[in-house]
Design a protein. Structure first.
Length: 436
C-alpha cells in the first residue's frame, strides 16, 4: 500500500503536541486501570468479595465490555471525528470512576467496570488511529512506542502514588474516620482519579483531527469493510491469536501480582509500592521502546514479516518469566515480574505496529478493534477468572502463584507459535505492505 497522492501529514509542531496529549491520555488510563489492581485487596475486605468475584470484576466485566464494544467502536473510529470521540469517552470515564468510588454493591461495581471497559475500547484505538495519521510509516513505529511509554509510565505511577497515598490515607482514617466524609481510603482514591480526567479533557482541545492517510478506497458499509479485512486473514488471524495469548500472560502479572505480594509475602501496598512501581515503569518503558525500535529494525531488514520476528523470541521468554508467582524470595519475584512486564509491553507494542503498517487506513480502526475484541474477550476477560478457578481447584488462595504458572506457561508457548504463523502469512503475501 502506498500513500495517496494527496497525503499531507500535520506540521511537526502540531504532530508533536498531539503525541504529548495522547501519551498523557495513555498515562492517565493506565494509571486508573492499575489503581484498580492495587486496591483490589482493600476492596475485597471492605465489600466481602471472593477471588472469583475479583476475577469477574477485573477480567470478565471489564474485558467483555472492552472486547465486545471494540468492533463497533473500531468501525466508528474509521468514520467519525476521533478527537470528538476522545472527549466523549473521557466524560464517561470520569463518571464511571466516580460511581466506583460510591458503589454500595457488587452489582454497582460490575456496572462501573463494564462502562470503563466500553470507554477503554473507544479511547485506546482512537488514540492509536490518530497517531497513525500524524507520521509517515518510517516514523510511525517510534511514535506508537511513545504512546506505549505513556501507558507504562501510568502503570508505574499508579502503583507508586496509589500505594503510598493509600497507606497515608489508611493512617489518617484510623485516627479520624470522618476526615474524608466517611469514605474509606480506596474510595477516596477513586474520587481523586475521577477528578483527574477533567484537565485531560481540556487538553484534548489542543489537538485537531488529522487528515486520514494511505487510504486505498473508502469503505461505504460494514460488509465492504469486513470483506476488505478478510483479505488480510493470513496475517491478521494468527496475529490476533498471538496477541490473545500474550494478553493472558500479561493480565496474570497485572491483576494478580499485588494479591500474591500481600498474601504470600505479607506486604502492604505502601511497603511494595516503591519497588513495584519501579519494576513496572522500567519493564513497561523498556519493553515499549524496544518494541518500537526492534519493529522498525525488522521492517527495514525484512519488510513487514520481519516486524514480528522479535515478538516470537519475546513470547518464548515469557514462559519462564511467568513463574514469578512461585518465586522463593521477593527479589526473585521482582526480577521475574519485571521481565513479564517488559515482554508484555514489548509484544503489545509490536502487535499494534504490525497492524498499523500492514492494514489500510480505511479499515485500520476495525483491525485495531478486532485486536482489542479478541485480546479482551478471550484473553483479558478469561485469564483472571481462570486463574482464580484453577487456584481454587488446586487447593485455595495459597495456590494462586501455581495457578498463574499453570495458565501462563502454555499461553506463552502458544503466543510464540502464532506470532510465527503470522510472520509466515506476511511472507506469503497475506497483507498489503506499507512502503516508506
Amino acid at each position: 500500500m502506498t500513500n495517496s497522492p494527496a497525503a499531507s501529514y500535520p506540521p511537526h509542531r502540531a504532530a508533536r503536541l498531539a503525541i504529548v496529549v495522547l501519551s498523557v491520555l495513555g498515562f492517565f488510563l493506565s494509571m486508573d486501570v492499575t489503581l484498580t489492581t492495587l486496591l483490589i485487596e482493600p476492596m475485597k475486605h471492605d465489600m466481602a468479595l471472593t477471588d472469583v468475584e475479583i476475577g469477574l470484576l477485573q477480567g470478565t466485566a471489564f474485558g467483555l465490555a472492552f472486547g465486545l464494544a471494540s468492533l463497533p467502536l473500531g468501525r466508528a473510529i474509521d468514520r467519525a471525528n476521533r478527537v470528538t470521540l476522545l472527549k466523549l469517552g473521557l466524560i464517561i470515564w470520569m463518571v464511571s470512576m466516580g460511581a466506583t468510588a460510591l458503589a454500595g454493591s457488587v452489582t454497582t461495581l460490575m456496572l462501573s467496570r463494564i462502562a470503563l471497559g466500553f470507554v477503554y475500547a473507544l479511547l485506546i484505538p482512537s488514540a492509536l488511529s490518530i497517531i497513525s495519521d500524524l507520521y509517515p510509516p518510517e516514523r510511525r513505529s517510534v511514535a506508537t512506542s511513545l504512546f506505549a511509554v505513556g501507558q507504562a509510565s501510568g502503570q508505574a505511577f499508579g502503583i507508586l502514588a496509589g500505594g503510598l497515598i493509600f497507606d497515608a490515607l489508611t493512617q489518617l482514617h484510623a485516627g479520624r474516620p470522618d476526615l474524608m466524609g466517611g469514605l474509606v481510603p480506596w474510595r477516596t482514591l477513586y474520587l481523586a482519579a475521577a477528578a483527574l480526567a477533567l484537565p485531560l479533557l481540556l487538553g484534548t482541545g489542543l489537538i485537531s483531527e488529522p487528515a486520514r492517510q494511505e487510504q486505498e478506497q473508502r469503505s461505504r458499509n460494514l460488509k465492504t469493510a469486513l470483506l476488505e479485512l478478510w483479505q488480510h486473514r493470513s496475517f491478521l488471524g494468527p496475529l490476533l491469536a498471538a496477541m490473545l495469548f500474550s494478553t493472558m500472560t500479561f493480565q496474570a502479572a497485572a491483576v494478580w501480582a499485588t494479591p500474591v505480594l500481600i498474601r504470600s509475602y505479607h506486604q502492604t501496598p505502601g511497603q511494595f509500592a516503591g519497588w513495584l512501581s519501579a519494576v513496572t515503569f522500567a519493564g513497561g518503558i523498556v519493553g515499549a521502546l524496544l518494541g518500537g525500535q526492534l519493529a522498525e529494525f525488522g521492517r527495514r531488514r525484512a519488510g513487514r514479516a520481519g516486524v514480528l520476528l522479535p515478538a516470537i523470541a519475546a513470547a518464548i521468554l515469557t514462559a519462564p518469566l511467568s513463574l514469578f508467582g512461585v518465586a522463593p524470595t521477593i527479589v526473585t519475584f521482582g526480577i521475574l515480574l519485571a521481565g513479564s512486564m517488559l515482554v508484555g509491553a514489548f509484544n503489545a507494542t509490536v502487535g499494534v505496529i504490525a497492524i498499523t503498517l500492514n492494514v489500510p487506513n480505511e479499515i485500520r480502526g476495525l483491525a485495531l478493534g478486532a485486536n482489542v475484541f479478541v485480546s479482551a474477550v478471550f484473553g483479558a476477560a478469561t485469564a483472571p477468572t481462570a486463574i482464580a478457578l484453577l487456584s481454587s481447584a488446586l487447593g485455595g488462595e495459597a495456590k494462586l502463584g501455581l495457578a498463574i504458572a499453570g495458565i501462563c506457561v502454555p499461553g506463552a508457548i502458544l503466543s510464540a507459535l502464532f506470532f510465527g504463523i503470522a510472520m509466515r502469512g506476511a511472507k506469503l503475501g497475506g497483507t498489503v505492505a506499507v512502503t516508506a
